[in-house]
Design a protein around this ligand. Structure first.
Ligand SMILES: [Zn+2]
Length: 59
């Protein structure tokens, strides 16, 4: 997993929006809900993985 494709988010955040970035390319803005079990979600447009800080620190 490329570290540049991971975005750490705050623990209290339960949904995020993604519209891509200059590295992976822009895409229409979408909203994603974090998986309540593992605290992560992957954007199906650009493949960026959002992960809660507490979950990331454990890995
Ligand atoms: Zn995206």
């Amino acid at each position: 997993m490329k570290i540049s494709n991971i975005k750490i988010i705050d623990d209290h955040v339960n949904s995020i929006s993604c519209s891509g970035d200059s590295d992976s390319g822009n895409h229409p803005q979408i909203f994603l809900k974090l998986n309540s079990e593992d605290g992560t979600v992957e954007c199906y447009y650009c493949g960026k993985t959002f992960i809660k800080k507490s979950v990331f620190d454990k890995k």
